[in-house]
Design a protein around this ligand. Structure first.
Ligand code: SF4
Length: 422
């Protein structure tokens, strides 16, 4: 499998783009994580991977979307984006996740990213604004990878994304990227309506055939004003998804990304390990995209960006409270504790709709990536090595015993799986 993957990278990709990926994202990305680990030892947390929502607007209306997509358009200006990227670079950062809304609706986005050839940007997009001309420009830039979301077959895509002909328009965007040899990824938010279509070998084979270089299976989170909790995966389906990813990594010449497990298959939260935090279109600094509460802003110039993160009592307490409670997703497993933390710090609802607390209060307790006793370790040696050094919990869970902190409902849900497995 390793040789087939190497062959794909060498024969199917643009060589300059491959070099940028290897150098900016690979080598310098690794160095930025090393710097993070050093800071952690000093009790300082500045995330090496920042996720930046550059705009709230979007042309789609997805179930479970937490962004105020219909609100008055707000963008992070080119000037503020440059300042943010430059300040993060001072801390050794090179990789940035660009999210939204729909990032390609931001009028100056590519102008900004083009001025940072020493960085690497992953744009989370529905692909519908990626014309052949835009893909040609991205190829010329070489420092951008589009990660395009496909949420199901044609019928499910329209249902999930609240518009018509979504699947075909997205596929057109993907094809424009592949025709221009971009290092292209396809992601899916796995849920009840698409797991049977997309969590299967045939779909992976299709992606490889098309020329897609990596894929990412997120797990659906019931967020926002249209949370659609009925779409959430069962605990058994979450484990099936993890097993599938581990199995396909030793079988298929395609990279499969995940953010929720270390090499031993132990669960983690990238916001708790300090690997990533989120900045919304209004410049508010949040623990992660779906926890829409904040106390800091990139527009506060009395402090450096780094100090805003390092000195944030809210972020620090969020990480410690979550780490002491679970290795999983605190907003799924203990929304009650998150609510208490937000009230304790007086953190501000950073949405336009100002209903984030009501949505949190309405959340049911659900299982997440943490399912003690059901850990599935990596089989692929390269993933094991990469995670051993550059993607694990960095010891943040070391001092905590989670056997007593899970909510009874959660233990019940987790146990159902264990009993079916034995
Ligand atoms: S809190 Fe949950 S949704 Fe947010 S980063 Fe952690 S695991 Fe992901």
């Amino acid at each position: 499998m390793y040789l087939r993957m190497a062959k794909r990278l060498l024969l199917e990709s643009d060589k300059r783009a491959l070099w940028k990926l290897a150098w900016n994202m690979g080598w310098k990305g690794m160095l930025s994580v090393q710097k993070h680990k050093k800071r952690l030892k000093k009790g300082e947390v500045f995330p090496p991977f920042l996720y930046i929502s550059v705009i709230n607007s979007c042309n789609l209306r997805c179930q479970g979307c937490w962004v105020d997509v219909a609100a008055k358009q707000e963008t992070i200006s080119a000037e503020a984006l440059h300042r943010l990227i430059n300040e993060a670079k001072e801390a050794g950062n090179v990789f940035f996740g660009i999210v939204g809304g729909e990032p390609f609706m931001h009028p100056e986005l590519l102008d900004v990213l083009e001025e940072h050839p020493d960085c690497y940007f992953q744009i989370f997009t529905n692909g519908q604004f990626i014309t052949d001309e835009k893909a040609k420009r991205l190829r010329k830039m070489g420092n951008v990878t589009p990660l395009i979301s496909v949420e199901g077959n044609e019928i499910v895509s329209d249902e999930r994304r609240g518009r018509a002909d979504v699947y075909n328009k997205t596929m057109e965007g993907i094809q424009n990227c592949l025709n221009n040899k971009l290092f292209t990824g396809v992601c899916t938010s796995l849920c009840k309506t698409n797991i049977d279509d997309l969590l299967k070998e045939e779909w992976i084979d299709r992606l490889i055939e098309m020329g897609v270089m990596y894929t990412w299976f997120h797990v659906y989170r019931p967020m926002g004003p249209d949370a659609s909790p009925e779409l959430c995966l069962t605990t058994g389906q979450q484990l099936k998804a993890r097993q599938f990813v581990v199995d396909m990594r030793v079988k298929k010449p395609i990279v499969i990304v995940d953010a929720y497990h270390d090499g031993k298959g132990q669960a983690l939260c990238p916001a708790v390990t300090g690997m990533s935090h989120h900045i919304n279109p209004w410049g508010d600094i949040e623990p992660c995209p779906v926890i829409q509460f904040s106390q800091e802003s990139i527009h506060n110039h009395e402090k450096s960006l780094k100090d805003q993160f390092v000195e944030s009592e809210f972020l620090k307490d969020f990480r410690e409270m979550s780490a002491s409670t679970t290795r999983g997703c605190i907003i799924l497993e203990r929304p009650d504790l998150l609510q208490k933390l937000i009230e304790k710090h007086g953190a501000v609802d950073s949405t336009v709709r100002k209903t984030a607390m009501k949505e949190l209060e309405a959340m049911e307790i659900r299982t997440s990536q943490y399912n003690p006793g059901n850990e599935i370790p990596e089989k692929n040696l390269l993933y094991r090595i990469a995670k051993k050094y550059w993607y694990n919990d960095f010891g943040v869970y070391r001092d905590y015993d989670h056997s007593q902190t899970a909510a009874p409902e959660l233990v019940q849900l987790q146990t159902t799986v264990s009993s079916t497995k034995t």
